[in-house]
Design a protein around this ligand. Structure first.
Ligand code: AMP
Ligand code: GLY
Length: 416
């Protein structure tokens, strides 16, 4: 079987590594992939991005299955296009992908189906949103409705910041359309958890819980990033938390995707806030998280390709998803300056010296030499029988990595 995997991040390197373990898989084409997938077992990078090019490639190369990593192609409707061409692809169609692609759509969906979430209001008019913001108590959360590469959420401590945010999102239009509509939301205090899951539209199977570390600096300080490290399971996901999640979030979500006839086959990622008032859903994503995928797939014992095929065949209720015992931790190394401006092109050493596994993200391979090519560069991922051991092993591996300006947090798995 030949697979086409779309995307170029650390998440996609981890997906490629995991899918390559299936004995019926002979080749994984990574479009466009990165320096890590370039050298991964059974993998080959292909320079393709546009949907038409990908469809042509899938037809000409006898691709049995296409798997989509990032959200943007899903929201743009790549799954509908592949299906129209008679090609097998894993992911939701454009209607299901709106659960991530439009925050107002997903909040309305949560409200309609009684999924526990923060109170909110939606605005398309800047002056109306400002008069509403004058009457709110602070902090308050302002979210751009559309995709904004992880930069579309601002927690406003006071009206001054709220006004600035509205001006930049709605008037200056910094997200080129994505912030013309905003969701203004009640601020929730607590600890976050990521629960990735897979669905065939009839059953949702949650994966082992995980925890991202979104801010750039230790002690959760500084601006948000794509994610600077993760652990799995998430120590805050107690049995009681998982029970509330199941009853108040997962089950009503499944009812909603059925009632709305989304024909949702793909990944649903629940971004949770565990608070003193209970477990709330902050957001849905319709793809795997990065870097949560690196730890979660590292702990997955079952075959990932078989799992995806079971979802496509709508047979998830028969699938016995198994996990390795223990814990996993991953530490992301980033370029100096990230998430703001940074330089690339620095030589990287130590990638192939890991005792566990290094997943590459912003890494390119030039004449056999690894070089930095992005903000989040790579991610050292390790397992342990305890969380402490997993953390220790991930740090042991990240310390072997060298490149100019390397930065990583020192408290992954320890910070709240
Ligand atoms: P989202 O893209 O909706 O997950 O938001 C990105 C990040 O903003 C989340 O991971 C949280 O850290 C934070 N956030 C989002 N919504 C809220 C909220 N209602 N209260 C507190 N923090 C939030
Ligand atoms: N790590 C968070 C995300 O992938 O959205």
């Amino acid at each position: 079987m030949k697979i086409l995997l779309i995307g170029s991040g650390g998440r996609e390197h981890a997906m490629a590594w995991k899918m390559a373990q299936n004995s019926t898989v002979e080749k994984i084409y990574c479009a466009p992939g990165n320096g890590g997938s370039a050298k991964e077992n059974k993998c080959e990078n292909v320079k393709l991005e546009k949907t038409e090019e990908l469809i042509k490639f899938a037809k000409e190369n006898n691709i049995a299955l296409t798997v989509v990593g990032p959200e943007a192609p899903l929201v743009e409707g790549i799954v509908d296009e592949f299906k129209k061409s008679g090609l097998k692809i894993f992911g939701p169609g454009s209607l299901g992908a709106k659960l991530e692609g439009s925050k107002s759509f997903s909040k309305d969906f949560m409200k309609k189906y009684n999924v526990k979430t923060a109170e909110y209001a939606v605005f398309e008019d800047a002056s109306k949103s400002l008069s509403y913001l004058k009457s709110c108590s602070y902090p308050i959360v302002i979210k751009a409705d559309g995709l904004a590469a992880g930069k579309g959420v601002v927690i406003c401590e006071d009206y001054t910041l709220a006004e600035e945010t509205i001006k930049s999102f709605m008037v200056e239009d910094v997200f080129k359309g994505s912030g013309k509509k905003v969701v203004i939301e009640e601020y929730l205090e607590g600890v976050e958890a990521s629960i990735l899951s897979i669905t065939d539209g009839k059953t949702i199977i949650p994966f082992v819980s995980s925890k991202d570390h979104k801010q750039i600096f230790d002690d959760n300080k500084g601006p948000n990033t794509g994610g600077m490290g993760a652990i799995s399971p998430n120590p805050y996901c107690t049995e009681a938390v998982l029970k509330s999640f199941n009853e108040e979030i997962l089950k009503p979500t499944l009812v909603g995707i059925q009632e709305e006839r989304m024909d949702f086959v793909g990944i649903i990622f629940f971004g949770l806030m565990i608070t003193k008032k209970g477990v709330y859903l902050l957001e849905y994503n319709v793809r795997l998280g990065d870097p949560e995928t690196q730890v979660v797939l590292y702990l997955m014992k079952s075959d990932f390709v078989d799992l995806i095929n079971a979802a496509i065949d709508k047979k998830l209720s028969d699938f016995d998803l198994k996990w390795h015992e223990g814990n996993a931790c991953c530490v992301v190394a980033s370029s100096k300056g990230y998430p703001k401006k940074y330089n690339t092109g620095y030589e990287i050493s130590g990638i192939d010296d890991a005792g566990d596994k290094v997943f590459c993200a912003g890494v390119k391979l030039e004449d056999g030499v690894y070089k930095t090519s992005g903000g989040r560069v790579l991610c050292a991922t390790a397992k342990g029988t305890t969380l402490d051991e997993a953390i220790e092993r991930a740090y042991r591996d990240i310390e072997k990595i060298k490149f100019d300006g390397i930065y990583y947090r020192k408290d992954i798995g320890r910070a709240k």
